[in-house]
Design a protein around this ligand. Structure first.
Ligand SMILES: Nc1nc2c(ncn2[C@@H]2O[C@H](COP(=O)(O)OP(=O)(O)OP(=O)(O)O)[C@@H](O)[C@H]2O)c(=O)[nH]1
Ligand SMILES: [Mg+2]
Length: 454
């Protein structure tokens, strides 16, 4: 990319609208404004202007806003032309700018320039993109936080801690004969432990942020005939899966995505867990267990009429298959229970969090939906979730692995230079989030996923 180019793009969505905005950024902005509008408008002042063709004729009339660099979004001289939002008139305006020496902007190029000029970091730019793409108010709130630099600030705080600890360790390397036993005093161990704790906390929060954007993988599991496929159909609002009264109906994984309040839920129906009857079912059960292990949430479906007694053992059974994966127990087929039993379900003897419902009648399904929304992070977004992406989680994961390794090296060898080296690697991994240590290829990839004019 040449920083000398002046770029132009329509910044409003395609189609007709009351207002359409064309954005220009780069060193030739003032010159182009002087020709297009007859004079460059005063800085940061909305100015009524006629946008003119080469022959002096009017393309449109509207507001012109001139932002001299560096006090602009991109950090360069830039101009916004607010005209009428018709595709033909906006195209004519862009064509005129191209004739005056602009180049058509690539997707995300305005944001990329803002990054290159130090106006925002990559995590903030991604926050802008996520805010525009947000499908729920929770996702929008989280994206706004990242856009305003909350994720970046958390990363910077961790990096500052890492730097301080490295200085301490590198002091020990440079002055090995100092009296203070630098690595035995427990201080390094304590600070390392605190760092690991902060990193895990940030990673959890980032994970919730990713789920707001990417959605939640919800695996429906349970014994054969419990009503798993019926529940999938109920949540999907469609006959997605085959339902029969034969145990062992579902053998393969069946995936279906739905939007719950704007949050994508990726539902996975599975084969009933039991001792398999044949090779096909055995493979289905193997796949079911693998899906459970990768789930963000498992809905364990129980036939309320026949399997109530087994509810207590489910937690242990699931923990063996998928340690750490949250499980919600769904007591299904409550329509088969005596009418008076419905009202006080779940009862005090059920484990906490049990959701009683009927996949057949739909009774109680709203409670399940509320639980799904909560799991998708909607509730925690009230507190403070930042929007995040897989690549952030990845970087946080690698930083965490280096900190674990630093702790292991500290314990086993006590060699400050080895610990310091792991801290340096952790720091580099964190730097990828904000773009400090990100390769040009990755940067290009990130910004290309943005829309044109942003
Ligand atoms: N009365 C009643 N029957 C239900 C309910 N949910 C499912 N069933 C019935 O239970 C039987 C099994 O339902 P499925 O949805 O196929 O159960 P599954 O857990 O997917 O079974 P497999 O795929 O064999 O493991 C069918 O006859 C369903 O009609 C319910 O809420 N109430
Ligand atoms: Mg089934």
């Amino acid at each position: 990319m040449s920083a000398l180019d002046t770029i132009v793009a329509i910044a409003t969505p395609p189609g007709r609208g009351a207002i359409g905005i064309v954005r220009i950024s780069g060193p030739a902005t003032a010159r182009i404004a002087a020709t297009l509008l007859r004079r460059c408008p005063p800085p940061r002042t909305a100015t009524l202007a006629t946008f003119r063709e080469a022959d002096g004729g009017a393309i449109d009339q509207g507001l012109a806003l001139y932002f001299p660099g560096p006090q602009s979004f991109t950090g360069e001289d830039s101009l916004e032309l607010h005209g009428h939002g018709g595709p033909v008139v906006l195209d004519a305006l862009v064509r005129r700018c191209l004739a005056l020496g602009c180049r058509a902007a690539r997707p995300g190029e305005f944001s990329e320039r803002a990054f290159l000029n130090g106006k925002i970091d990559v995590a903030q730019a991604e926050g802008v993109a996520d805010l525009i793409d947000a499908a729920s108010s929770a996702a929008a709130r989280a994206a706004a936080r990242s856009m305003q630099g909350e994720l970046s600030a958390r990363v910077h705080a961790l990096q500052a801690e890492l730097t301080a600890l490295r200085v301490r360790l590198e002091g020990a390397i440079d002055f090995p004969d100092e009296e203070v036993p630098l690595l035995d005093d427990g201080e390094v161990a304590t600070r390392l432990a605190a760092l690991r704790g902060s990193l895990v906390a940030l990673r959890d929060e980032a994970h919730r942020g990713v789920r707001l954007v990417e959605g939640l993988t919800v695996v429906i599991a349970g014994k054969p005939n419990a009503g798993k496929s019926s529940l999938l159909n109920r949540l999907a609002g469609d006959e997605v899966a085959i339902v029969t009264d034969l145990p062992g109906t579902t053998r393969d994984l069946l995936r279906h995505s739905v939007l719950e309040d704007g949050i994508p839920l990726h539902l996975v129906d599975t084969a009933g867990l039991r001792v398999a009857g044949d090779a096909i079912e055995a493979e289905g059960i193997r796949r079911a267990r693998a899906a459970i292990a990768r789930a963000d949430l498992v809905l364990y479906v129980v036939d309320a009429a026949r399997e109530r007694a087994e509810v207590g053992a489910i937690g242990t059974e699931m923990a063996a298959i998928a340690p750490g994966v949250p499980v919600a127990i769904v007591l299904n087929k409550i329509d088969l229970l005596a009418a008076e039993a419905h009202d006080d379900l779940p009862t005090a003897t059920d484990p906490p969090g049990v959701i009683a419902l009927s996949a057949r009648t739909g009774a109680g399904v709203d409670r399940l939906r509320a639980r799904l929304r909560a799991s998708a992070g909607e509730q925690s977004a009230e507190v403070s979730v930042v929007s995040a992406r897989r690549r952030h989680l990845d970087a946080l994961g690698r930083a965490g692995a280096h900190l674990d390794e630093a702790e292991r090296v500290r314990r086993d060898t006590g060699a400050p230079e080895l610990v310091a080296e792991e801290l340096r690697c952790a720091q580099a991994a964190l730097g990828e989030i904000t773009g400090e240590f990100t390769s040009d290829d990755l940067l290009g990839e990130i910004f290309r996923s943005f829309c044109i004019g942003k």
